[in-house]
Design a protein around this ligand. Structure first.
Ligand code: PBG
Length: 315
């Protein structure tokens, strides 16, 4: 059954299509419309002004882009991450712009404080410790601001306990009963996020995220995280990072009936890029193999910085 491509395709169990892919974008609050800065640790990825975001998304939509997720880089950061829940915040502006231009594009908002706080942590900080409960209200406010701007879905990535319930309640109260929550339910404290923190300018100024993100050696605990988020009202469960955690993707798939998302994170992207730039691997071959591995492990949605390249390759 392997002797020809047509035969192999007939019996192929998994396939990656444009419908599966979500492209992350970094949008910067700036008056300089021409601002487009390559992220040095993520060749081919950029911090973009609103105008440049619009151009980039326009090209991707022409190639078949169905969904994107937005990260914001505010002009000013403060202790309480005000930019995250300001109606005039950069992500809220970007959502309005994209939904206005391409109403059919699924625009997802990453809901977190770390890009907006001066200390770079995902929640409020007191005595150098991230405060879980006082953070919930701010995350809920951020999700409401994103929904009000027109986001099709919110995606809390902060890993505070109870945030899905707080966000669901706040969205419902404000009338956003149809805004789903894609929860970063199973998010590990991973070294693979390194390049993202350059991209989003969100590296913690002190300490690390180990007191709120999951400990990489733990697998059973992932199921507890998933159950908690489902009970609180999560509609989609995400596992993150991707390739090093395929066992977790499979376990979440087998244990729950909700859609499962996986995030091929910045470090995974950069490793493939670096090896490809050295001529050590076949870039598109490795990309497609890694993405189909996510499908084989049971993922339905894939967040990947390779989305634009894959859309072109699929055409
Ligand atoms: C924000 C957030 C992070 C990523 C997605 N949302 C960074 C972090 O937790 O430090 C990482 C994405 C990537 O590495 O591509 N909390």
């Amino acid at each position: 059954m392997r002797t020809s491509l047509a035969l192999r395709e007939l019996v192929r169990e998994n396939k990656v299509t444009a419908d599966d892919l979500i492209m992350p974008y970094f949008v910067v609050e700036t008056d300089d419309e021409s601002f487009k800065k390559e992220i040095s640790s993520m060749p081919g990825q950029y911090q973009l002004s609103l105008k440049q975001l619009e151009r980039k998304v326009g090209e991707a939509v022409a190639d078949g882009l169905k969904a994107c997720i937005l990260f914001g880089i505010p002009a000013e950061k403060d202790e309480v991450g005000s930019g995250a829940y300001d109606d005039a915040g950069i992500v809220q502006k970007a959502i309005r712009l994209l939904k206005d231009r391409w109403p059919e594009l699924v625009v997802i908002a990453d809901t977190c404080l770390c890009e907006y706080t001066s200390h770079g942590h995902c929640g409020l900080v007191k005595n150098d410790y991230v405060q879980n409960d006082p953070t919930l209200n701010l995350l809920a406010k951020a999700a409401v601001a994103q929904a009000r701007a027109g986001a099709d879905m919110v995606a809390p990535s902060d890993m505070m306990d109870g945030r899905v319930a707080a966000i669901r309640e706040a969205l419902d109260e404000e009338g956003f009963i149809n805004t789903p929550i894609m929860s970063y339910a199973v998010k590990y404290a991973s070294a693979f996020y390194g390049p993202f923190r350059e991209a989003a300018e969100s590296a913690p100024r002190f300490g690390d995220r180990k007191t709120y993100q999951m400990d990489p050696p733990n697998g059973r605990e992932a199921m507890r995280e998933a159950v908690a988020d489902l009970e609180e009202g999560a509609d989609i469960l995400m596992v993150k990072p991707g390739l090093p955690y395929l066992d977790i993707v499979r376990q979440v798939r087998d244990n729950f009936d909700t859609p499962v998302a996986v995030y091929q994170v910045s470090g995974e992207y950069s490793m493939i890029k670096a090896a490809a730039q050295n001529g050590w691997i076949d870039e598109m071959g490795v990309i497609m193999e890694s993405l189909v591995a996510f499908k084989r492990a049971g993922a339905d949605l894939i967040l990947t910085y390779f989305t634009e390249d894959v859309l072109k390759a699929l055409k």
